[in-house]
Design a protein around this ligand. Structure first.
Ligand code: UDP
Length: 465
């Protein structure tokens, strides 16, 4: 009898890739006779958030940790992209060992990796495996990635100095300075790595995109009709964590939400790694207070140098509450709730008391908001979030923008204004309606016969070829 097809999934470090790739695995094994092993590169003891995702997986999804990579040789304070690329490169030989072992025990047919894992294509080739890229962000960023080789060829300056905006096929145009972080410094090794990925897109057996056709209709149309060349594109989203049912010990913030009126609370969170400066924390605190609206805010300790300082730990080493303005906690005791470092976001977004989401525009957070129909305020920090924010506000009507001033700060008056507009204003209502429609569309995409389920079936069919 033919053995069940088996695929290996290689997420790079960080929750933002592990979560959707684990959800992809769950959906795949539920719908198709395919089994999965998630191979996890590591640098030591895995963070709690990672363990809890892995422990929630069904029995037919296996996982294994690759031997720990020593990152001590890297310069102090190296950016997450540099660290992640280093960890992925240093894990290639142990990946090979893991694939040898899997190949001997299973009918291994494919390796799925994310944008930091494309060097593993060479290893996959040694085992005659299909190579699939899992694109954890949206079709717009993918469309940009397809045009990057040409943009690179035609441009001699840094993109931030380009006089004209860059038009992304099937989506909006971006000023060079708003393009994703990896392309900001063209002499940098991160840029070289991303450019190499963009050139390798044509060599892939397919690209799985965590988005859905109804959300980015025009961009997918453009990708299907030539922009992606011969590479099959599979929109299989929204892949988000499901809401745990009957949680026996709900988090305190969920109990607090239970006591708030429907749609009254603005949830404020900057993803798994987002950090603000001390001054920005103060402006945000005062702006939320001035808005008069209820809020639930996940606070991290400030970092003056990086906006993604907690990327690997998803937590703060010092108590973040000590950095709030004096008297703020006492004054807002009836208005808001502060959670330190990490909150059960999916449960919060699905709670009926949540009426708005001030987000850093990480793509997982955006999709989670779409699926639960929560209108957003866009406050991008790093990675491709500035591009997402522009698309969300200008093309898709999902969010209002929290504008920065000339010093790059979002002032308290701006925060007050944008929170009030989202929760009470006409623009907020329009966005709310749009979110309601998209919530319905996202549910349809994932039922039998829905666009993303059809895409997943096509992917499964390709494995059998
Ligand atoms: N998340 C969470 N609690 C938090 C912060 C983040 O559960 O306090 C989850 C969130 O629901 C999402 C992921 O972590 O699934 C963050 O991914 P996203 O792409 O939004 O941003 P990133 O963290 O990669 O910047």
């Amino acid at each position: 009898m033919e053995k069940t097809y088996h695929i290996a999934i290689l997420p790079s470090p960080g929750m933002g890739h592990l979560i959707p790739m684990a959800e992809f695995a769950k959906r795949l094994v539920k719908e198709h006779p395919i089994s999965v092993t998630i191979i996890i590169p590591s640098t030591g003891t895995p963070p709690k958030a990672q363990i809890s995702v892995l422990e929630s997986l069904p029995e037919n999804i296996h996982h294994l940790f690759l031997p720990s990579v020593n990152v001590k040789g890297l310069p102090e304070g190296a950016r997450p992209e540099i660290l992640i690329s280093f960890i992925m490169r240093s894990s290639l030989s142990s990946l090979r060992d893991a694939l040898i072992s899997l190949k001997s025990r299973t009918n291994l047919v494919a390796l799925v990796f994310d944008m930091f894992g494309h060097d593993s294509m060479e290893v996959a080739k040694e085992f005659c495996l299909f190579n699939f890229l899992f694109f954890p962000t949206n079709a717009m960023v993918l469309s940009f990635t397809f045009i990057l080789p040409k943009l690179d060829e035609e441009t001699s300056c840094e993109y931030k100095d380009l006089p004209d905006p860059v038009k992304v096929p099937g989506s909006v145009s971006f000023l060079g300075r708003d393009l994703m972080d990896p392309v900001h410094i063209r002499t940098d090794e991160v840029y070289k790595g991303y450019l190499l990925l963009s050139k390798r897109l044509a060599l892939l057996d397919g690209i799985l995109v965590n988005s859905f056709e109804e959300l980015e209709e025009e961009t997918f149309r453009v990708l299907y009709t030539g922009a992606a060349g011969q590479t099959p594109i599979y929109p299989i989203g929204p892949l988000i964590q499901s809401v745990p049912s009957n949680e026996p010990n709900p988090h305190d913030c969920i109990k607090w939400l239970d006591s708030q009126p429907d749609g009254s609370v603005v949830f404020v969170s900057f993803g798994s790694g987002g950090t603000l400066s001390l001054l920005q924390i103060h402006e945000l605190a005062l702006g939320l207070e001035m808005s008069g609206h209820k809020f639930l805010w996940v606070v991290r300790s400030p970092d003056e140098n990086a906006s993604n300082a907690s990327y690997f730990t998803a937590s703060s080493e010092t108590d973040p509450l000590g950095f709030l303005p004096e008297g703020f906690l006492a004054r807002t005791v009836k208005q808001g709730l502060i959670v330190s470092s990490w909150a059960p976001q999916i449960e919060i977004l699905s709670h009926k008391a949540t009426g708005g989401f001030l987000t850093h525009c990480g793509w997982n957070s955006t999709l989670e908001s779409v699926v639960h129909g929560v209108p957003m305020i866009a406050w991008p920090l790093y990675a491709e979030q500035h591009m997402n924010a522009k698309m969300m506000t200008e093309a898709l009507c999902l969010a209002l923008r929290a504008e920065t001033d000339e010093n790059g700060l979002v002032g308290k008056e701006m925060i007050e204004k944008v929170v009030k507009e989202l929760m009470e204003g006409c623009e907020g209502k329009k966005i709310s309606q749009r979110l309601n429609e998209l919530k319905g569309a996202s549910i349809k995409a994932l039922i039998n016969g829905g666009s993303s389920m059809e895409s997943l079936s096509k992917f499964a069919q390709q494995l059998k070829k």
